[in-house]
Design a protein around this ligand. Structure first.
Ligand SMILES: Cc1cc2nc3c(=O)[nH]c(=O)nc-3n(C[C@H](O)[C@H](O)[C@H](O)COP(=O)(O)OP(=O)(O)OC[C@H]3O[C@@H](n4cnc5c(N)ncnc54)[C@H](O)[C@@H]3O)c2cc1C
Length: 303
């Protein structure tokens, strides 16, 4: 069935593509079919074709918030990082494609003398992934700057949504609930001081280098912050810093991160997540919820 996509989608199509090549964890089994469109038109056609053929679709950005199970992903995976990566500056506004990396976006903004995106420093995702996650830090979140988003439904229908219509919350937006694919966003920034922005960005990079295990594969903070608490602190208090299952380890630098110290399988990370949840719950009565999005299928026995 999936081979019927061959020669009909444009872009780059492959079969059995290991998702470990497309996630910051460096973990994940194969995608049945894996497609990188060259533009929004090809993206739309791929969604329409998959819909007509009854093929399930998973859209990813830069794979920096994903844990893909070892059995991989059935159906079609569409990757937007590396495509749809234009940025236009229009006064205080940026109009950008969903595939652009946040690092590029903040660079363009600062060069244009605009402020408001510095909080994205060190978040290794695309604009689309950041909108889906309402990515952010204590300094700000995507909700603060997003004025409009052009999306596609899974049927390939185009819709313009205002920021308010995206129902942004803590690491949440309507894109996921409604299965919408972000194609382009309009971000409202403010005139700023380039030197001040560059200084803030350098400071944020320094803090990340000091406090986060950025040299090792991970998906950032694994758990959401429970109200009024810090997941990392709770994990540390449960004595789990450095705790390891297979090659998955609770980072000794920042207990909120799980790092892949070698050849970790998704199963190792999932078992470690469960162990952390159980131990923290024993101590505090709070069950930590994953922030990382866990997708795909487990490996079957004997595979
Ligand atoms: C070292 C490190 C540090 C991090 N620090 C932070 C941080 O400070 N704050 C923070 O919030 N996150 C952080 N993250 C997590 C991650 O980078 C963000 O969540 C980022 O926004 C994910 O973007 P992505 O393009 O990689 O999305 P992916 O991981 O590819 O996808 C994440 C989700 O978004 C969906 N998605 C992706 N693209 C689209 C699209 N175009 N339309 C609709 N849905 C889409 C996917 O289906 C998936 O559900 C960190 C990760 C790492 C590895």
């Amino acid at each position: 069935m999936l081979d019927k996509l061959n020669g009909r989608l444009g872009g780059t199509l492959s079969f059995g593509e290991p998702m470990s090549r497309h996630t910051s964890f460096r973990i994940g089994g194969p995608a049945d079919a894996f497609f990188i469109p060259r533009d929004a038109h090809e993206l739309k056609r791929a969604l329409q074709m998959a819909q007509e053929m009854g093929i399930s679709v998973t859209v990813i950005g830069n794979g920096s918030n994903l844990l893909v199970r070892d059995g991989g992903i059935r159906g079609l995976v569409i990757k937007l990082s590396g495509t749809l990566d234009y940025v236009h500056v229009l006064g205080n506004i940026l109009r950008a494609g969903a595939g652009v990396l946040l690092s590029t976006l903040v660079h363009v903004a600062v060069e244009a003398g605009l402020t408001g995106l510095e909080f994205t420093t060190g978040i290794p995702g695309t604009l689309g992934g950041a909108l889906s996650m309402n990515a952010g830090t204590f300094d700000g979140e995507m909700k603060d700057v997003t004025s409009q988003v052009r999306v596609l439904t899974m049927m390939g229908e185009e819709i313009e949504l205002k920021g308010e219509e995206l129902d942004f919350g803590y690491r949440h937006s309507a894109l996921k609930d409604k299965n919408l694919v972000a194609v382009e966003a309009t971000l409202a920034l403010a005139p700023g001081d380039k030197e001040a922005s560059l200084a803030r960005i350098a400071e944020l990079h320094r803090l990340r280098r000091e406090r986060q295990p950025i040299a090792l594969p991970s998906a950032g903070s694994v758990f959401k912050r429970p109200p009024g608490r810090f997941a990392g602190q709770m994990i540390e208090q449960a004595g789990l810093k450095g705790y390891r299952i297979g090659d998955a380890e609770v980072s000794a630098l920042h207990a909120g991160f799980i790092v892949n110290v070698g050849n970790a399988a998704a199963r190792d990370v999932l078992d470690l997540i469960f162990h952390v949840q159980s131990k923290v719950c024993e101590q505090s009565g709070i069950w930590l919820e994953p922030e990382v999005r866990i997708i795909g299928e487990d490996k079957r026995e004997g595979e």
